[in-house]
Each structure stands twice: as C-alpha cells, then as structure tokens.
Design a protein around this ligand. Structure first.
Ligand code: ADP
Length: 220
C-alpha cells in the first residue's frame, strides 16, 4: 500500500460527526411539514419528470417547500462524471440517495426522478432513509414509451447510436412493493398527481399540523 492509499483510508475514522444543535424535527416545526423523499422510478419517457413538475406545483401552491432532483439535470452537474454502466448507475443513485437524505434532514419534500433501474440500488436508498422514503413507480409499457419517444432516445438506442439504454439494451427491474404506483398509460397527469396526494394524506405524511398552529400562534 502506498502513502496516498494509507492517507485516504485513514480519513473516515478521523472524521468525527459534529452535532450542530438543531434537528430535523426543529426544522420540520418551522416549515410545518415533514421531510420526505419521494422516489420516482420508471422507464425513460414514462412520465417521471412531467408528473414531478405537476406534483411540485400542486404542493408549492399549498405553500409547501418542495424540490425536484431530476436525473437529467443532476447528470449535468454533480454526476457529470458518470456514464451508464451498471456500476456508474449505482454510483449515480448512491449519490442522489445521500443528497436526498440531506434534503429530508432539512425538512424539504424532495422528489427524485430517476430511471434507477436496479432494485438493489433503490433498496439501498430506502435503507438510508427508512420511513421517509416513498417509492413511486411511474409505470408505462416499453411500447408506449417508445411511441412517445419525446427525446428521440429510443430511436437512437434501437439504431445502436446509444448503448446501455434502459428497456432496449439494459434492464429495468420493476419495483415489487412500491408505496404508490401510477400507470401513465391509464391516468392523465392530474390523476397521477391526485393519487400521490391522496396516498400522502391517508398516511398522514408531509403535513405537520401541530407545527402550523404553533407558527400561526406566534404570528398572532
Ligand atoms: P421521464 O422523466 O420518465 O423520462 P418525461 O416526463 O420526460 O418522462 O416524458 C414523458 C412524456 O410523456 C412527456 O412528453 C409527457 O407529456 C408524455 N405523457 C403522455 N401521457 C402522460 C401521462 N399520462 N403522464 C405523464 N406523462 C405523459
């Protein structure tokens, strides 16, 4: 082992977690909501980004702090060094999981819209987040996604111009037990958004009524 490797390995145990005195709970009280990571998974073109935008708008109109981590956008910045091999996809999802965890700790309702084709990678994010992780399967047949082909990517994948393309030349592992499933071949965008909102309402997630009262009380 050379010196560099030794230094690198020595780092984690010499880094001590610092408690900054405010918790997620404190921030959630301030915001009057619960930090959540809604994980949208599905084929390219299934509707993840479209539903994420509409859902975000709906929550924002209800004065909720909400933020979208979008697969394509994150690959322009934080993950611009990653490609589409199995290992790179795993690393892509691992990083987003860590970013999502920070956002949830900040009390933000966070929507992650990523193909995230491997069950194991999604499970690892779930394990990190526990009950704050909500898997939303944006379901749509490959046939329908190819028909939409809004970005022209399926055409390129079929003609061999893009390799490792999910559904064509790379696998997609469907969620086995997602909290929510929206079938975009059957539901329109608003119906999908409504289904997600209904589920959150039913589970008592996202709103923190006691905190809202506390804040209203202070303002009066
Ligand atoms: P993804 O983020 O999953 O790759 P996008 O949201 O970028 O998918 O693209 C999905 C495309 O499918 C959009 O052009 C959208 O308008 C279209 N679409 C058609 N029907 C629906 C539906 N019911 N729900 C969501 N998107 C739909």
């Amino acid at each position: 082992m050379n010196m560099d490797e030794e230094t690198e390995k020595a780092q984690p145990k010499d880094v001590v977690w610092h408690d900054h005195g405010l918790s997620r709970d404190d921030r959630e009280k301030l915001l009057g909501q619960k930090g959540l990571l809604l994980w949208f998974t599905g084929l390219s073109g299934s509707g993840k980004s479209t539903i994420a935008s509409a859902f975000q708008k709906r929550l924002f109109d209800e004065k909720r702090l909400v933020y979208i981590l979008d697969g394509d956008n994150i690959r322009h910045g934080l993950n611009s060094d990653l490609g589409f091999t199995k290992e790179e996809r795993s690393e892509n999802i691992r990083r987003i999981g860590e970013v999502g965890k920070l956002f949830v700790d900040a009390g933000v309702i966070t929507i992650a819209a990523f193909i995230s084709p491997y069950r194991k990678d999604r499970q690892e994010v779930r394990d990190k987040l526990g009950e704050r992780f909500v898997e939303v399967y944006v379901k749509c047949s490959l046939e329908e996604c190819e028909k939409r082909d809004t970005k022209g990517l399926y055409r390129k994948a079929r003609s061999g111009k893009i390799g490792d393309f999910t559904g064509v030349s790379a696998p997609y592992e469907e969620p086995e037990n997602p909290e929510i499933e929206v079938d975009t071949a059957k539901l329109d965008v608003e119906q999908s958004v409504q289904l997600i909102c209904d589920w959150l309402e039913k589970e008592g997630l996202w709103k923190d009524e006691s905190a809202i009262h506390e804040r209203t009380g202070e303002e009066e």
